[in-house]
Write a protein that binds this ligand. Structure first.
Ligand SMILES: [Zn+2]
Length: 681
């Protein structure tokens, strides 16, 4: 059978992939891998060439098929695909647990690491072996048989539960909508949002307008909707998704799912000899201990909260003075903040949209990458993709292709919300010397073009695009040839956001903005007064934004660090406790934020959400060198490329950072960049 998921095409034949190929491909790869692993693990005298290298080839084959399947599950979801995906996921989880507990294979790696000539391997090769041995320990390989079985059981259940959590959130998000026939109810909303609401109604074969919980629909209502009761209704639907509250109460309730996840994570951590899951999480991270993370978060909280309180008091005073309204609810904060921003800076995200058409922003982003890192980027419309919205691009240096990526920019039915970068192919060199180029998926959920007009982005959306492209560059510009530590592979979670947050800085500089902003009708550059306002408004309510992120980080970290079997922490209670300490905005009793917090219950951020802030410090501090030397300074760009992007996971992140910056990172770089001071203004 000709299964397009089993060929070794660098660029998958998306036009030929059918759902029925998926399970067959995974079955075949898993059974072949199992056989080959048995042979590899039985070697007397394993070397890099006879063990590590062939193992990478097996891993590569699997990840090349799986990356495509899980990508399609994320961007072209339907019931059929979801079913196959779920089946594959179960088999894959079983397989990885099996491999990670294969004592013979672990022994073989130990022999390889114990060889006299081990030190003659490259740094990347040695780091890869170190990681493998560490992951064997974390996979429970040293456990006695009964505990091993228990470990496998817990892993399988956790994978199922996470998937369940994520399905519940998706179903709850996609099920709810608000049908509106009177356009007056949408008063205050920008034209693009009203058009979007019309389109959403047409898709549902309804007259008038439809508001959904997808970000491009939900967000404008919360930010611009004059209709307070509509804001409240949409807010309630959004913050009660997958819970026991709100319009779909108890239909997709994640409350029991969360409890089961936490219980199993704790049990799993204890099986491995950790006190709790937070300790387990840190075993693979740049941060060294639970105390270090708590101290880091508390330090940022102490330095930001006074400013957040000042900002919130200003907002309350503004609402009272200008609107005579005393009570400020959670569904009012975004709306009035926007009014205050407009009053103070006379600028709104909507004002800027005309200057950020996708067909200017995307080439501008490429220009920035080209100038900074000496690469060329070219579209390849002839390459087949999964949807008309998606397109392939090639990155080359001196005319030689070095990487490929796909860009899929717009929100649509069946596409998971948010923006992300995922790998499709990893850069590495096989035994025969053949180099596989890296390939990346870059996915966003921007408002689709309406009536032939290009999609016009908010500055926030532009920043999101730069962010994901930063991840993409980390994956694609790597020079490492060892699969496990190539690109973003093997990079500690709390360092992995460094390149992405770093690249966002180029959305905030006049020199680079000149490359990405021009009016979609007239082609004129962003007028000087708007540019000045954009820059002045950058740190508007940055204290409030900081404490909000710290709330999520502390909630996640303490939830896992303080869990105990006797008195399991209830996520809702923990969320309330954390909010009492840090939040400045009151949340209504029906708020069920944890129930849709997919990052930590369905993504990889469990006891790791702090990583965003951790990496922000790294990014701000790295960028400060460009501020000193010039944002397009070639030498500094080259140094960042060389010390950070090209190295991937081949060395410890702290060592790479120090090699680039000449010292350890400093928290104050972030506070300075976001304009947070701990003195009263
Ligand atoms: Zn990111």
């Amino acid at each position: 059978m000709n299964n397009p998921l089993l060929t070794d095409d660098l660029l998958p034949k998306f036009g030929h992939i059918r759902t029925e190929h998926m399970e067959t491909a995974i079955d075949q790869i898993l059974s072949e891998n199992r056989m080959k692993i048995q042979a590899l693990a039985g070697q007397e005298n394993p070397t890099w060439e006879t063990l590590a290298q062939p193992m990478q080839a097996l891993e590569d084959k699997l990840s090349n098929a799986w990356s495509v399947i899980s990508h399609l599950n994320g961007v072209m979801n339907n019931d059929d695909l979801r079913k196959f995906y779920k089946n594959c996921l179960e088999k894959l989880t079983e397989y990885s647990t099996e491999v990670s507990q294969n004592a013979a294979l672990c022994e073989a790696y130990k022999k390889l690491a114990g060889r006299d000539d081990f030190q003659t391997l490259s740094e990347a090769q040695r780091k890869s072996i170190d990681n493998i041995l560490r992951d064997f320990r974390l996979g429970g390989v040293d456990l006695p048989e009964d505990k091993k079985k228990r470990y496998a059981e817990l892993s399988r259940e956790l994978a199922e539960l996470s998937n369940k959590f994520s399905d519940n959130v998706l179903d709850a998000t996609q099920h709810w909508f608000k049908h509106i026939t009177d356009v007056d109810e949408l008063s205050g909303l920008p034209e693009t949002a009203i058009e979007g609401a019309k389109q959403a109604a047409r898709q549902k074969e309804l007259d008038g307008y439809v508001i959904t919980l997808d970000f491009p629909s939900f967000y404008p209502v919360m930010t611009y909707g004059d209709n307070r009761s509509l804001r409240r209704e949409v807010y309630e639907a959004f913050v009660t998704r997958a819970s026991d509250q709100g319009p779909d109460a108890a239909t997709w309730d994640n409350t029991p799912v969360m409890a089961e996840i936490l219980k199993r994570r704790h049990a799993l951590a204890q099986l491995l000899g950790f006190g709790n899951y937070a300790e387990r999480s840190l075993a693979t991270k740049m941060a060294r201990s639970v105390d270090e993370v708590m101290e880091f978060l508390n330090q940022l909280a102490a330095k930001s909260k006074p400013q957040a309180e000042r900002e919130f008091a200003e907002l309350k005073a503004f609402v009272k003075d200008e609107y005579g309204q005393e009570d400020l609810q959670a569904w009012d904060v975004g709306y009035y903040s926007e009014k205050l921003r407009q009053k103070r800076y006379d600028i709104s995200p909507e004002t800027l949209r005309p200057w950020f058409p996708v067909d200017k922003v995307v080439p501008g982003l490429f220009r920035v990458a080209e100038k900074l890192f000496g690469v060329q980027i070219e579209a390849h419309p002839e390459v087949e993709t999964w949807h008309d919205d998606a397109q392939a691009y090639c990155i080359s240096r001196h005319g030689e292709p070095i990487a490929w990526f796909y860009l899929d920019l717009y929100a649509r039915q069946g596409k998971r919300g948010g923006a992300w970068m995922a790998d499709c192919r990893v850069r590495w060199r096989d035994l025969r010397g053949k180099l596989q180029l890296p390939v990346a998926f870059l996915t966003c959920n921007f408002t689709p073009p309406v009536d032939g007009k290009p999609s016009l982005l908010t500055h926030d959306e532009v920043t999101t695009l730069f962010h994901e492209f930063g991840h993409g560059l980390h994956h694609m510009l790597t020079q490492v040839e060892v699969m496990d530590v190539s690109g973003i592979n093997g990079v500690a979670w709390d360092a992995v956001e460094l390149p992405s947050q770093f690249l966002e800085n180029w959305c905030w500089n006049p020199e680079s903005l000149a490359l990405i902003a021009s009016h979609h009708d007239t082609g004129e550059p962003l007028p000087e007064d708007l540019l000045q306002k954009l820059l002045a408004a950058k740190n508007f309510q940055s204290g409030m934004a900081m404490v909000r992120q710290l709330e999520f980080s502390l909630f996640d970290f303490r939830l896992h660090a303080e869990f105990s079997e006797q008195a399991p922490t209830n996520p809702l209670d923990m969320h309330r406790t954390v909010r009492e300490g840090i939040a400045v905005v009151q949340a209504p009793d029906f708020n069920r934020f944890p129930n849709a917090f997919s990052h930590i219950f369905a993504g990889g951020y469990a006891a790791g959400y702090y990583s965003y802030k951790w990496a922000e410090v790294l990014a701000a501090d790295a960028f400060s060198l460009f501020e000193e030397n010039g944002i397009f300074d070639q030498e500094t760009g080259k140094a960042f490329l060389h010390h950070i992007l090209e190295k991937g996971g081949s060395q410890e992140p702290m060592a790479l950072f120090k090699a680039f910056r000449g010292r350890e990172p400093e928290v104050d770089a972030l506070l300075k960049q976001t304009g947070i001071t701990d003195e009263a203004a």
